[in-house]
Design a protein around this ligand. Sequence first.
Ligand code: HEM
Length: 238
Amino acid sequence: MAAIIADYRARGVDHGDVLSLLLAARDEDGRPLAERELADQVATLVLAGAETTSSALAWSLRLVAEHPEVERKLHAELDAGPAGEPARWQHLAQLPYTAQVVSEALRLYPPAWAVSRTTTRPLELGGARLPAGALVVCCLYLLQRRPELFPDPTRFDPDRFAPGAVHRDAYLPFGLGATRCPGDRFGTVEATLALATIAGRWRLRPAAEGPVRPQPRLVLSPGPQPMTPTDRINGPAG
Ligand code: HEM
């Protein structure tokens, strides 16, 4: 982080990105962010933004490979849209089903599978009395698999997110409230365009047999997922 920040300072140009904004930021007394604060902000963005989004993409690709009907609908949309070209922002309006696939992968396997809150005063929650300062952990993975909220909850069904479907407070892959993810749209768009680009050109199949065991570390990851690609545009030899 320090090297990246030093490089930005040395060049002194506005790169039009978040780090340039942070370097230019001044508080009410005209002071810039301290070196440590800058590094912490950059580290937070990289940590919060990279593995979450890559995990969403990895789950999406795996789930698509395991559900031929979903794969067929996805390929039909991609063939009519970017048609084998890298998907770009301008294609987004043509990719509603691709976005639904990402949304449904985020429901079944939320990368941030648990979020925490600290109570600021004593309270009763779900029948339990909690003192001030208690750590409350909310497991989004379990919440998003509650059958009364999502019927047949373990089924991978991107049509749950068809236009007009409302899930609101039951669907929380980006959290809720004051610390809700500020990168929600960025992450969703990035995963949608990456899925469109990869699945538009390649049909992927898991290289190994057997179910995936989700790995609940900081991010809920499928772990290494070797996949065998077949070129959909140029044929097997392409
Ligand atoms: C699919 C991708 C992503 C998922 C699933 C995700 C999920 C989350 C969740 C659940 C939280 C915590 C919310 C809470 O405690 O209520 C969070 C916070 C955060 N996310 Fe994301 N995120 C994603 C992508 C991104 C991206 C791309 C960025 C930045 C470019 C980002 C930046 C952050 C930051 C800075 C926070 C901390 C917010 C705070 O504490 O005030 N996230 N994210």
